[in-house]
Design a protein around this ligand. Structure first.
Ligand SMILES: [Zn+2]
Length: 449
């Protein structure tokens, strides 16, 4: 048995001074420290560090197998451990094959099982014509599904049309699993016109209207089929009115945004700075503030990284061509301090981080019986976090496969000191990552293999 004692432990009901009792990797008791005997062997004292639940990042592109040179399980899960993320949910595309069949899921699982430093769960993919694979994928452990409404950026993961979704939604409704949707409506996207080194050219080609038009259709689909749709990486807060109104009518629709939309603003992106390229694009400072308002008032459910790196050459750093560059941002390891830096600036407490980045994404992935909370019965996934430490991001010191991120050179507040996975240290700031202890999680109720 181990006791983790903290003065600032973030429980679901708020921050408290407690002792967390850990046996066999699980939290077995949470008791008032004041009533505990002063001397117990096996006590880890977190002192003034904040104790957060291990984060769950529900949107990570690992790309292995097939594009392991973009990002693989070893690098991604090391970065996760160092970033306080104890569970990642892997996206079904950018690996080859894409996770659209059980065979492909098996390949993913074998790749992840070799060496993962945090726990890994998997989304399955919905592409035209694979509706017959969804039930088998769910039975094989996929925690839900992901699709695109516009071209995904890779040929092996084509986007779906409304008639594909009409066939898919009843199946997902029966399974009770969410459909995660890249919500940009293709007819509202435009050919980029203008200087190719200017982020504005990219931004103007992917207007907020594309998000709005996609979300209008998705709300109708979710309502009609009584199925759960989750909007990934919302960049435009304008669509929140539609989403909130639908939820008020009982439509099962949830929504996430990403650290980069909460941190950066299009006006400040320099010409040629293609590390900032993603889709939907980073919008204006006003949009950023709107996303923060949406998070604070509960209209946005969660924050996920959408970690989607590529080899540096594909980011076109040499030409700075925003149209040619791969659209994806590397951020897994810096998500927590990036969001905390913004939250703190807005006077928010660390409790918000636990909800947005641990509890809510665990519910999305159906793993909330064991992940995302410091509670009796949950895995002892814990993060010792210094909320006041300031540090400057040096991409070469990140565990991501490639040292490329728009956070380069930024000073962030908040530093992960120690990460525990099922009660064992998987990262410590003084020594780095340890032995790989990650396991594979099966959906929908998180059975560990
Ligand atoms: Zn993504």
């Amino acid at each position: 048995m181990t006791i983790l004692r903290g003065r600032k432990v973030v429980l679901p009901e708020g921050m408290r001074e407690v002792d967390i009792e850990i046996r066999d990797g699980r939290i077995t008791a949470i008791t008032d420290s004041a009533h505990a005997p002063h001397v117990i062997s096996g006590v880890i004292d977190a002192g003034d560090l904040v104790v957060l639940p291990g984060l769950v990042d529900s949107h990570v592109h690992v790309n292995e197998p097939g594009r392991t040179d973009w990002e693989g399980f070893v690098h991604a899960t090391r970065a996760a451990a160092a970033g306080g993320v104890t569970t990642i949910v892997d996206m079904p595309l950018n690996s080859v094959p894409a996770t659209t069949t059980v065979d492909a899921l098996d390949m993913k699982r074998r790749a992840a099982a070799r060496e993962s430093h945090v726990d890994v769960a998997f989304w399955g993919g919905v592409v035209p014509g694979n509706v017959g694979h969804l039930e088998p994928l769910a039975a094989a452990g996929a925690v839900g599904f992901k699709c695109f409404l516009c071209p995904s950026g890779v040929d092996e993961f084509p986007h779906v049309a409304e008639d594909d979704l009409e066939k898919v939604m009843p199946v997902l409704s029966a399974l009770g699993l969410p459909l995660l949707v890249h919500a940009e409506w293709p007819d509202a996207l435009r050919e980029p016109v203008g200087a190719r080194r200017s982020h504005a050219t990219w931004l103007e080609s992917r207007p907020a209207a594309a998000e709005q038009q996609a979300i209008d259709r998705l709300v109708r689909l979710a309502a009609h089929h009584r199925a759960w749709i989750h909007i990934v990486h919302l960049a435009s807060p304008a669509a929140l009115e539609t989403i909130t109104a639908a939820r008020a009518r009982g439509v099962a629709i949830t929504v996430e945004t990403c650290p980069h939309y909460l941190t950066f603003a299009a006006e400040a992106i320099r010409d040629g700075a293609t590390t900032f390229k993603c889709a939907p694009p980073i919008r204006t400072a006003e949009d950023r503030d709107g996303l923060w308002r949406g998070l604070i008032n509960g209209e946005i459910d969660l924050v996920a990284s959408d970690h989607s790196p590529s080899p540096p050459a594909l980011k076109c750093g040499d030409t700075g061509d925003f149209i040619e560059a791969w659209g994806g941002i590397a951020s897994l390891q810096v998500s927590l301090p990036a969001v905390w830096t913004g939250a703190r600036k807005r006077g928010l407490g660390v409790e918000y981080l636990a909800e947005w980045m641990a509890a809510a994404p665990a519910r999305l992935a159906g793993i909330d019986s064991v992940k995302g909370r410091i509670a009796v019965g949950c895995d002892a996934d814990l993060v010792l976090f210094d909320p006041t430490a300031m540090w400057t991001v040096d991409p070469h010191q990140l565990y991501h496969r490639h040292a490329q991120t728009p956070y380069e050179g930024m000073t962030l507040t908040g530093q992960v000191r120690t990460t525990f996975l099922r009660g064992q240290i998987v990262y410590d700031a003084r020594v780095g990552t340890g032995a790989p202890r990650g396991k594979l999680l099966n959906g929908p109720r998180a059975r560990v293999e």
